[in-house]
Design a protein around this ligand. Sequence first.
Ligand code: SF4
Length: 208
Amino acid sequence: MKHLLSRVVCQNSDEKQKALVELQNVCSQCRACDLCKTRACTVFSDGRADAPIMLIGDAPGPDEDAAGKPFVGRAGQLLNTFLTESGIDREKDVYICNTIKCKTPQNRIPTNEEKRACQVYLFGQIAIVKPKIILLCGTTALQSFVDDDIKITEVRGKWLNIFDDIEVMAISHPSYLLRQHSQEPNTPRWFMKKDLEKVKAELDTLVT
Ligand code: SF4
């Protein structure tokens, strides 16, 4: 993976944006797995090409499939709330994409075959954007980079040693947090807040 990422060199924001548009155009025509048959459109990304944080979710849901953008709908709104409360600016600081670019039937978990088929786009996005921090948001995103038997509850909130030059952390998916309402200490929403505060502190050290 590291070898693949080192092959792409974009010097500035304009070059990154151009490379991302080219990759998105290829992705929009992709028929590499059967998910192409049930999508309304591919859902490639949202956010600035030169953002310091890349947030990688699982797969588009029905709202994202209809809008063509990741993290819209209630889960996206909850994510925005958490980001804002931690001092992270979604517009300025975060490039958002998903592990899988096409909606899965009935929102089922993507298969390993589908994840492998779609990796070329995700790794391309990482190589082009070259973020300082990657947030793996949800189990599918996490298990695309670590062993399948590692649970998000075991590693969320910890810095993971995956890339030499990118800090990586797993965080809970906002869809899961929609079903968790407590704000009390040591509950999922409380952990999300603490995890993003940690990310913001790290971001401040990396960009100043
Ligand atoms: S999920 Fe990925 S690999 Fe499968 S058709 Fe969509 S873009 Fe292509």
